[in-house]
Design a binder for this molecule. Structure first.
Ligand code: XMP
Length: 519
């Protein structure tokens, strides 16, 4: 494990990603973490960048025990300055904040060799800089291993210990060979074994789930048909079989036939013990005529919790009845599965300044709180692409693994006017055609998210000899531009096949300033 100590830079999570891309497990913890409180021995430590200056009154500093551990240390930007601050160097403000590309010249030793950190990376590297302070005097016992025109101490190494500091940001993709610099540090200098793969993860995680759940006791969890909940559910099923109960709530604003498809996939194909609760009437009655997006979200969120709790109570009552009968019980409901991913964890533990408070993700309602369920989060160490790789290994079909994200409030936030059954039906049909045509064109996997939006305006059109006065569909594909023939085909299919629509417009706006969703 590589320990990354986070000083609050916006790039800190990228350091974790780059290590994982080298198949080395890396964990991010706040810079204020005490070494004595860590329950693993890292093979190396990386100190991140920071918005602070090391001499500021409130600026964060590492536990000095970091320097006593005897493991390699790499300081990045503020991390370099933090090393200097601790070991007796000097940091000063730059005249101008340096932000953008720079060229690092790699220093050669007398024998023509370069430092191990920059082995075989060329004499010169394009790197990304973002700093207002820089080193003006290195600490004693350090030598320069790289410099730029404006930063004579762009990269330093200790004369005898494996301690390094670099002014640039190797974790951002603008630093062309940055990922390799991180690789040199974690693989060559820290000597980490590149064994963090999803193949290894599956076996270990299934064993861990079995260990913590024990021989008895049930787990419940909501599934949506999305990647994360499907992968988490399948993993639970592999670990404890039918002691895991998945619950899918049909909220009436899903895509066309979605609940049936999820049932088919999870239950029939993947064998997961799944109950689909059709609560569409309940949701649609509450949503009827509601226009305000936050109101839509609130209604859907609250109703979901109620429905989920009622289902959980039914499962618990059945478990209790079995227990009373003395029939071989699988035990009572003890755990709640959540598909929390590592970015959520990072978000909750990142260093946000001396007064930062820790946010929790526990979003259980009253009854679930009464049931005192313990949380189980098998994906909490994983990034999204790792979840996808895991899904492929668990035989979840590619179209599901590559699926675009779909918001919890579903089509309700893609109907810009009041939600009604008729509006949901219109949007479901348009959405189906849109996604079908994107798939037919082989473009689905190149787009991060694509969807149709139903506008609350009517426009004039003509059909045969008659005038029509119907609604408009907007098509959105985030950061993607379709070739015109594909757009034409989608437009003609939607206007021909969907009753109530006579125009299709194309939302080409980039993000930012536009967001993904319209509401
Ligand atoms: P925006 O529109 O903020 O969306 O750029 C960013 C991502 O979040 C999704 N999104 C939601 N997901 N509940 C969700 O579960 C919501 O209320 C919600 N609103 C936006 C959006 O689809 C995109 O992937």
């Amino acid at each position: 494990t590589i320990l990354i100590l986070d000083f609050g830079s916006q790039y800190s999570h990228l350091i974790t990603r780059r290590c994982r891309e080298h198949k080395v497990y890396a964990e991010l913890l706040p810079c204020t973490t005490k070494i004595a409180d860590i329950d693993f021995k890292p093979k190396g430590i990386i100190l991140s960048g920071s918005p602070y200056s090391v001499y500021d009154k409130d600026s964060p500093h590492v536990d000095p025990a970091v320097f006593e551990l005897g493991v390699p240390i790499l300081g990045i930007c503020y991390g370099l300055q933090e090393i200097a601050w601790n070991l007796g160097g000097e940091v000063t403000k730059c005249d101008h904040r340096e932000y953008g590309f720079a060229k690092v010249q790699v220093n050669k030793f007398g024998n023509g060799q370069v430092d191990a950190l920059f082995r075989d990376l060329g004499d010169e590297m394009d790197v990304w800089m973002s700093h207002g302070d820089q080193l003006s005097r290195p600490p004693a016992d350090f030598h320069v291993v790289g410099h730029t025109d404006t930063a004579p101490y762009a990269a330093l190494a200790h004369n005898s210990k494996p301690i390094y500091g670099i002014q640039f940001h190797p974790e951002v993709t603008h630093s062309v060979r940055g990922k390799e610099v991180i690789g040199r540090f974690i693989l060559d200098i820290c000597k980490c074994t590149p064994n963090w793969t999803m193949e290894e993860f599956i076996g270990k995680e299934i064993a861990r789930i079995r260990e913590i759940c024990g021989p008895k006791g049930r787990v419940i969890g909501a599934v949506s048909g999305g990647v994360d909940s499907t992968v988490a559910a399948k993993l639970m099923h592999e670990a404890i079989g039918d002691r895991f109960h998945a619950i899918m709530v049909d909220n009436g604003v899903l895509r066309m036939n979605e609940a049936d498809q999820v049932y088919e996939m999870l239950n029939k194909n993947l064998g997961v013990n799944l109950t689909v609760v059709d609560s569409s009437d309940r949701f649609l009655t509450k949503l009827d005529g509601v226009e305000d997006p936050e109101q839509k979200r609130k209604i859907i969120g609250n109703t979901f919790i109620h429905v989920f709790e009622e289902e959980a109570a039914k499962i618990e009552a059945a478990a209790e009845a079995e227990e009373k009968k003395g029939a071989d019980p699988k035990g009572r409901v003890e755990w709640l599965l959540q598909g929390t991913l590592y970015p959520d964890v990072i978000e909750s533990i990142s260093f946000k300044g001396p007064s930062a408070t820790i946010k929790t993700h526990h979003n259980v309602g009253g009854l679930l709180a009464d049931m005192k369920l313990k949380l189980i989060e098998p994906l909490r160490e994983l990034f999204k692409d790792e979840v996808r790789a895991l899904g492929r290994l668990l035989d979840i079909p590619a179209p599901l693994v590559q699926r675009h994200p779909f918001p919890g409030p579903g089509l309700a936030i893609r109907i810009l006017g009041p939600v009604t059954r008729e509006q949901v039906k219109i949007l479901q049909q348009a959405d189906k055609i849109y996604i079908e045509e994107i798939r037919n064109a082989g473009l689905y996997d190149q787009i991060s998210q694509a969807f149709a939006v139903l506008l609350p305006v009517k426009a004039v059109g003509v059909m045969g000899d008659a005038r029509t006065y119907e609604q408009v569909i907007a098509l959105r594909a985030v950061q993607f531009v379709f070739p015109a023939p594909i757009l034409k085909k989608i437009s003609s299919r939607i206007t021909n096949e969907v009753a109530g629509i006579n125009r299709v417009t194309y939302d080409i706006s980039s993000k930012p300033p536009a967001t993904v969703e319209w509401l």
